[in-house]
Design a protein around this ligand. Structure first.
Ligand code: ZN
Ligand code: ZN
Length: 111
């Protein structure tokens, strides 16, 4: 687990048409492919509240899904409006940092 301080983004941008890029205050950079992030949507419609089981299926998400817009939620999260019409997902910064798909983060999360 290593670092327990809360992750804070210094920049949230689009890295291209589909992907979201976050530059963190600690200098780390995360690039999230849109579909990867859409499939991880934490809202009650995509994850069963009681069991924590994911109810969203891969084939329900279009291959070319992309963020239509991003909105900051307070100082702790970002809400993504997807071009498939879904916008219930509020991704906290901690959640996003945990999801970072870079090889460095994937290794430390496998411990
Ligand atoms: Zn959702
Ligand atoms: Zn990373």
């Amino acid at each position: 687990m290593g670092d327990h301080s809360k992750p804070i983004p210094s920049e949230i941008t689009r890295s291209n048409e589909q992907d979201i890029r976050i530059l963190w205050k600690d200098g780390h950079e995360s690039i999230y492919p849109a579909r990867y992030l859409r499939l991880k949507c934490p809202c009650a419609g995509c994850v069963d509240e009681w069991s924590g089981r994911r109810v969203l299926r891969q084939n329900e998400v279009p291959k070319d899904v992309a963020p239509a817009s991003l909105e900051l939620v307070g100082r702790y999260a970002v809400r993504v409006y997807w071009n498939d019409g879904h916008s219930d997902g509020i991704y906290t910064f901690e959640f996003l940092r945990d999801l970072c798909p870079c090889s460095q983060c994937r290794i430390s999360n496998d411990e």
